[in-house]
Design a protein around this ligand. Structure first.
Ligand code: ATP
Length: 272
């Protein structure tokens, strides 16, 4: 593997409680290569989002990353960044799309103003330059430039989520983290958005850390998949191998619970 864009080593994260601490992430280590699509799967509460937030340094108390944990993005320790470095790091190095991201657009600003915010603050762009770049970015996610004048409430949920993704790509991040990015959308729109992301990452070269409960979709779009169980990463392998010949019992159970609605594209081996 070429030098990883993300390297997580011995990550331990606790939620600090009044009575006791709860270890949500237990000694997790994995890498993501440049341009790789990495899926993180596991039952609800197994620690996936806790990892996603830690990588973006968006975790807040009571979450506490334990000493000895390492999160390297392009070789730099994210946990060591000071406030200024962190401001430069977010958007430029790592951008994150949440489940409710489409509701994170400012309702009183036009789409154009929201692009300008990011492009002016981080790149010092003028209004004209930002408008041009915003139109280009919207095109990437199949949205016509006339939407720049619209307000968020004038756009559908799927369109708003694609706008957030376009804003996330504005500064050419090396890693896009998507935590249930399309869960609130209907299935057809979900798949269209993921297919678009897949085309874009191949064209633009960013890597993706993808979290979803839609395992069929995850197997289809990911290069590799990591399986989590109760805070531990129990199995990592390339998507087809982990789907066709899962090693861990929990992975087998996870695949067995998957609705078989995804056609003939992927078939597990008998007994898998
Ligand atoms: N703010 C918090 N305070 C205390 N415990 C928390 C907090 N946030 C999460 N947890 C606990 O940490 C564990 C991991 O949660 P996390 O949200 O990372 O799991 P997840 O795998 O992303 O789940 P889901 O798929 O439902 O989003 C869970 O047991 C959860 O209850």
């Amino acid at each position: 593997m070429s030098a990883p864009v993300l390297s997580i080593r011995n990550l331990n994260i606790d939620y600090i409680g009044a009575e006791a601490n709860f270890r949500a992430v237990k000694d997790v280590s994995f890498d993501i290569a440049p341009g790789e699509f990495f899926g993180l799967a596991g039952e609800s509460g197994c620690g996936k989002s806790t990892i996603a937030f830690a990588v973006s340094r968006l975790h807040r108390p009571p979450a506490l990353i334990r000493t000895g944990s390492e999160i390297l993005v392009d070789g730099r320790d994210v946990l060591e960044l000071d406030k200024d470095a962190l401001r430069r790091f977010r958007w430029r190095e790592v951008a994150m799309v949440f489940q409710s991201a489409m509701n994170s657009l400012n309702p009183v600003l036009t789409i154009e103003a929201q692009f300008y915010d990011v492009l002016h603050t981080h790149k010092g762009m003028s209004r004209e330059a930002a408008r041009e770049r915003a139109a280009e970015l919207l095109k990437l996610v199949d949205i016509p430039p006339d939407r720049l004048a619209a307000y968020p409430h004038q756009c559908s949920g799927g369109m708003r989520q694609r706008i957030v993704i376009a804003i996330c790509l504005a500064l050419n991040p090396k890693l896009l983290i998507m935590d249930e990015p399309t869960t609130a959308l209907d299935v057809v729109v979900q798949r269209e958005i993921l297919q678009r992301i897949d085309v874009l990452r191949k064209r633009l070269g960013f890597a993706v850390l993808f979290i979803t409960h839609d395992l069929g979709l995850m197997v289809q779009v990911s290069d590799r998949i990591g399986i989590m169980l109760e805070g531990e990463l129990v199995e990592v392998n390339d998507a087809q191998t982990i789907y066709r010949s899962p090693q861990h019992d929990y992975t087998k159970r996870l695949w067995a619970s998957m609705p078989k609605l995804h056609g003939d594209q992927i078939r597990p081996e008998a007994g898998a």
